[in-house]
Ligand binder design. Sequence first.
Ligand code: PLP
Length: 389
Amino acid sequence: MISHVLPTYSRADLAFEKGEGAWAIATDGTRYLDLGAGIAVNALGHANPDLVAALTEQAGRIWHVSNLYHIPQQEQLADLLVEHTFADTAFITNSGTEAAELAIKMARKYWYEKAEDRIEILTFEGAFHGRSTGAIAAAGSEKMVKGFGPLMPGFRQLPWADMAALKAAISDKTAAVMLEPVQGEGGIRPLADEDLRLIRELCDQTGALLILDEVQCGMGRTGKLFAHEYAGITPDIMMVAKGIGGGFPLGAVLATEKAAAGMVVGSHGSTYGGNPLACAVGVRVMQIIADPAFLAEVNRKGALLRQKLEGLVASHPDIFESVRGQGLMLGLKCRIAPGDLVKAGYAEHILTVPAADNTLRLLPPLNITDDEIGEAVARLDRAAGRLDG
Ligand SMILES: *Cc1c(COP(=O)(O)O)cnc(C)c1O
């Protein structure tokens, strides 16, 4: 008999009833050190007092109003996003997938308004942009698309980080190039800064729009507010979600005025997108994470965690191959199935997340403490010890 919850997930036998910072407390009272953070969502930890205050204060006033009216909290969030990024404008969504859908629509509409027949969007293997029919067509992975055809046309996947393939594929018929500066689900695979600069250059030469998906790598995760800042370039359109809500469902599409030119009244909308509750939380998250002093701490902690992980790799050469990633978006490339390590981690009371390319993902809350970083690596060391041959 089918479970009452549609069985699309293979779930661990764990449930949590409370959270405190980097700790998730299971229904049996066991405290788990949470290095998954709801897959890069709980960027400021569980039950963060600032976010609880922002949410409850707003909850006592007004939860939902339609986008038929002005929503001051939404305007404040858009102001902050514009102030701290390349963007001139923002549309607030409830998720990363919704942001991906709008980013694709925006790029198509841009060329439609120019009366140019450019619909092809170049994407990359290993990408993840969400689970809608459009987003799975964009990523094109066999596992995600199988059985859901016919797929939305207009996407072409290129090998990840293959600049020769991109040079050969891009032309003045290309509508856009869409990618994650650091692939998350794909296995914490960062693109080299010079490659991102080259992609920007190729887009400029051909007129193609550059769409960056910073749903996972954005919002301070890599130690910059957005990962593309390392390369010193800016996109035309960018998707944001996950960390921006700190656990409340929230996303956004940011765009330049030029790229957003086609998105006129009536061209897009959302019932819940930009509601006061979500935006009140998003504003508080942005105020905390966009602070340069906060980002400097993410970098310092990222370096500390990385250094300890290098030691872990050296002590378990049969289990781990290398460390990769930036800031607090780190991956351990494994020599064994990362799912086995996730399970061994449960036994040591630490939560981690597997990813493709045999990678174990470590995405702690950005405000994890130094002591907790030390404790996390000690637990990972014991988890690996359980699997050492
Ligand atoms: C999680 C993710 C998405 C999808 O976001 P949802 O909120 O799950 O819809 C899109 N792109 C990237 C890079 C992601 O990591």
